[in-house]
Design a protein around this ligand. Sequence first.
Ligand code: GDP
Ligand code: GDP
Length: 453
Amino acid sequence: MALPIVAIIGRPNVGKSTLVNRFAGVTDSIVHDEPGVTRDRTYRRAFWQDREFMVVDTGGLVFDDDTEFLPYIREQAMAALSEARAAIFVADGQMGPTEADHAIATWLRQHPLPVFLAINKCESPEQGVTQAAQFWELGLGEPYPVSGIHGNGTGDLLDALIQHLPPISEIEETPETRVAIVGRPNVGKSSLLNAFVGENRAIVSPVSGTTRDAIDMLVERGDKTYRLIDTAGIRKKKNVDYGPEFFGINRSFKAIRRADVVLLVIDAVDGVTEQDQKLAGRIADEGRACVVVVNKWDAVEKDSYTIYDFERMVRDRLYFVNWADMIFTSALTGQRVPKIFDLVDAAAEQNQRRVSTSVINEVLEDALRWQSPPATRQGKQGRIYYGTQVQSKPPTITLFVNNPALFKENYRRYIERQFRQSLGFSGTPIRLIWRGKKSRELERDNPNRATRV
Ligand code: GDP
Ligand code: GDP
């Protein structure tokens, strides 16, 4: 996802975050009590007419102040400018141009970026024009009177801005992978989240249609984008004792439902608990891909065999997702944390994989040759006529048979194992639908009623 970036620059308190929220259509603006001081760069998605872009609030730029954060703030602003396509310089119309505004203007003129001058707090249309006109002296071209609070003037500003941005049709959008991080409290979910976000570019993105506090985070890594689902459910207040009742299993279930790939985080010290098993069961039921992250691996005493024993033990206890890849990490030291995304990519790919009917039937023929379906005492024999993949996410294969009742659990598992051995599907659940003749007739009568047997 390579949306163009627009940097918002200006002194503290001129209304930058108010404007960012307006551009991004966010109504519940985040209020900062300490303007510009402790703020990290936040990216928000915005669009105007046929252009889509990211606005990044750089934090307040201060030149005339000896605050201890000054180098940090400037570094943030520099970083934001270096990746931006255009900048919006926000100033306070009610205050008029200040020395600091001049300093910022001088600084901005050294950058080859197109700069748009937003003179904020110009609620009154008549006064606004006069207020804005004073800013011609900054030498940055036409000042646009706007009001971040009321919204007036922002349309003209954005009209001018988007002339410098590529239209959506020219932006190559790679689909994002939706990732949920779930696990018991204290297993290291938020530590892992911070470790990802630390080394990749993160964008906070409010999602419409979900609860207000379900905040997703977009993380870019190479040419891939990951949507980390409901990061608000991961981050937590410090100094709160989270007992089991704070586990928030429903919240985890919701996150699993929205995900393509679920990171199930296990505490290496505690091992697999009943709650972990519950989550694993839900992941499999929902048909989601899964990576099992055994975290706090640094805290485990190990010899060269431990990792294998441990893996066997975890796989055994997490039998619902025994097809999942497993990785042993330390959020504390960062060990193998970047590799988690490689496994996420692989699992997502398998989850949406499609296999041709001819390949499926080759596997079936082979499987039947090795082991034919057992016959009942009455001599009835199960027959598989053919199979075909009817769906992906997760891969779902319908097997057309004479009578599903003739295929017991053992044999069904054998067939699934054969598919996995021949076709892979590592990291994703697969589904087999055993469909008998009767249900096929039913389907012919009423094609909407696909019977699952
Ligand atoms: P930032 O530090 O530049 O991000 O500024 P904020 O967006 O946090 O706004 C600073 C203050 O200016 C807040 O008290 C806002 O309510 C106020 N403010 C922001 N936009 C406007 C506006 O358009 N008109 C008026 N009158 N006040 C505004
Ligand atoms: P969450 O509740 O799952 O989000 O867990 P946190 O990320 O808040 O971590 C809980 C505690 O475990 C904190 O004290 C972390 O410092 C610690 N922790 C997290 N990851 C690791 C790790 O990889 N190794 C060790 N030794 N401690 C960790």
